[in-house]
Write a protein that binds this ligand. Structure first.
Ligand SMILES: [Zn+2]
Length: 296
């Protein structure tokens, strides 16, 4: 895909800054005096970390860069990881249909299926021979669209009630599903004000905007052109979506530097149409570095 997802890092950083109150500062109380009479056992956290040798250096460079540049890397509590863990292994979505194009029941279902299929390309990275990699607890992460947001109900050409429909609830100039039901707005996980409760809450939005090129991604979801998405329904890789999902799980952009020895991977916009081995190990490395917050 040609369009470089331009807004992405800015959008992600903005979300990080906006969404986080100020919860950092776990002052590391280092063990004080060690009276070295008895041998001290070195306690290591169980960690299954075995990337291919040629990727070790670039992975370390990436993580060092993340630690040096993210404003609240370890205080931020709304990565895709946090969402999956809070739910116990699934993700719910709202589709923000920021377009006047009518949506048939068939198109709706194809959009759902494409989102699921693409999302799975990332979540499958967390498996080793069908088991969770490095204590990842889920062998699959079901993705369900629970709501659609539109300006005009007539745009949606179906009558069934399989998804909740939100009409003309406008934020950021685009339709959104009810804030009472959104994870972004209720990071304490309290969905008691959502009419459908926890079962109909949404963690992320698939925000499809008519006439947009490029994309944006963050803890709130993924945004790209509605025409691009619809035109990509049969594609093996919906490249912009895949790139933006990477951001949802904390992965960075690579606009101004390249890790040693690797230059083609989906998080380096424009260099790969699909998730590469290096992308996969970056995802696994992010998990390795945040899993302790879940006691793993
Ligand atoms: Zn990006």
């Amino acid at each position: 895909m040609r369009g470089r997802p331009g807004l992405v890092l800015a959008a992600l950083a903005a979300v990080f800054l906006a969404a986080i109150p100020t919860t950092s500062g776990t002052a590391g109380a280092e063990p004080g005096n060690s009276e070295a009479a008895a041998p001290t056992a070195v306690v290591e956290v169980a960690d299954d970390w075995n990337p291919p040798a040629h990727l070790r250096q670039p992975l370390q460079e990436v993580w060092d860069h993340v630690e040096a540049t993210y404003p609240d890397l370890h205080g931020f509590r709304n990565y895709g990881w946090d969402q999956v863990m809070a739910n116990g292994g699934y993700l719910n979505f709202c589709v923000r249909w920021d377009s006047s194009r009518p949506v048939s029941e068939e198109l709706r279902d194809r959009i759902h299926e494409t989102l699921r299929r693409q999302y799975r390309k990332w979540t499958d990275v967390m498996l080793d021979n069908g088991q969770g990699h490095n204590a990842w607890p889920y062998t699959e992460v079901p993705v369900t669209v629970v709501g659609w947001a539109v300006r005009d109900r007539d745009t949606l050409r179906w009558d069934d009630d399989s998804v909740d429909i939100y009409v003309n609830d406008i934020r950021e100039g685009a339709p959104q599903c009810a804030e009472e039901c959104g994870r972004f707005f209720n990071q304490d996980g309290d969905y008691s004000r959502c009419p459908g409760g926890t079962a109909r809450h949404y963690d992320q939005s698939l925000w499809l905007t008519e006439g947009m090129s490029g994309g944006a991604g963050g803890d709130w979801g993924q945004r790209m052109g509605s025409e691009y998405f619809v035109d990509s329904l049969d594609a093996e890789n919906v490249t912009i979506l895949l790139h933006e999902i990477g951001h949802t799980f904390g992965l960075d952009d690579f606009y101004d530097w390249t890790p040693t020895g690797v230059s083609e991977f989906i998080m380096r916009a424009g260099s790969s149409p699909h998730i590469t081995e290096f992308d996969g190990w970056m995802l696994r490395d992010f998990w390795r570095n945040v899993k302790h917050r879940y006691g793993l």
